[in-house]
Design a protein around this ligand. Structure first.
Ligand SMILES: CC(C)(COP(=O)(O)OP(=O)(O)OC[C@H]1O[C@@H](n2cnc3c(N)ncnc32)[C@H](O)[C@@H]1OP(=O)(O)O)[C@@H](O)C(=O)NCCC(=O)NCCS
Length: 226
């Protein structure tokens, strides 16, 4: 399952202060180490989305050598991503990676050679919508890197994607991929199976945060298949 929440603009200072108190000390410290309010809100809400999905407040993480967090007390794979006004949390019995990016008006051509193979660059440049296509490739590749947990240590051009209208092919055939656009953001998912995506409104998310912080388990509503 993948949970999304796109209404970070509804987090007022009161909500921020109140929700921050619900976090364990280590995550409070992580949130507060950000200088800018928007980064604090993203870090806070990504963590609470994880907690809402699990139906409990997560007390701590363990980390691999590249900084990928995982649960210490449950055999479940998780992954988080945040950008602009969106947060995403992935949950799976096998490895999962998620990535969300805000779709900018113009894509940063300059990074293409560092990140993409010649075939990927060709697909981006020849697409009807090069910017949209760039963000599809970016979120797919980033979700892959996050799924395997290697972060920036992974040589990005050693994995290659080919996109057609019907399907997403990847040179690494262990995984299944999806990418979709919602609320001006692109979301990429890499996992061994297809996942249901559930989006939460601010009202739903707030209710679930209250339930989970009071020790009650919760199930998130409304789902779409991607
Ligand atoms: C750290 C990295 C894993 C993701 O960074 P990012 O895109 O800036 O951030 P996202 O919001 O998608 O993900 C951040 C979350 O991923 C998780 N994470 C951190 N290290 C991770 C790793 N090695 N593997 C998987 N997940 C990781 C954390 O939960 C983190 O959130 P938190 O710090 O709030 O807990 C890494 O891939 C990176 O720095 N990428 C930079 C961008 C780039 O060059 N991408 C090229 C891909 S085409």
């Amino acid at each position: 399952m993948v949970l999304t929440f796109f209404e970070l603009n509804k987090i007022t200072d009161d909500v921020l202060e109140n929700w921050l108190k619900k976090l364990p000390k280590f995550r409070q410290d992580e949130v507060l180490k950000y200088r800018f309010r928007d980064d604090r809100v993203r870090s806070l809400c990504a963590y609470l989305l994880l907690c809402v999905g699990l139906g409990r407040i997560v007390e701590k993480f363990s980390y691999n050598e590249h900084g990928k967090p995982s649960l210490v007390d449950e055999q479940l794979y998780i992954n988080l991503s945040h950008a602009k006004s969106a947060v995403v949390a992935g949950f799976s019995e096998t490895a999962i990676g998620v990535d969300v990016e805000f779709i900018r008006k113009i894509y940063p051509k300059i990074v293409c050679k560092r990140v993409f193979t010649p075939l990927e660059i060709e697909q981006i440049e020849n697409a009807k919508d090069p910017t949209g296509t760039f963000f599809k490739f970016w979120t797919l590749k980033e979700s892959f890197v996050k799924c395997i947990g290697q972060g920036l240590s992974f040589p990005l051009k050693t994995v290659e994607f080919r996109l057609t209208k019907e399907k997403i092919d990847c040179s690494d055939n262990r995984f299944q991929f999806s990418t979709f656009t919602q609320n001006g953001h692109q979301i990429g998912i890499c996992a061994t199976d297809q996942h249901i995506v559930k989006n939460l409104s601010f009202e739903e998310f707030s209710k679930l945060v209250t339930t989970v912080s009071q020790g009650g388990a919760c199930t998130a509503p409304t789902s779409t298949n991607h």
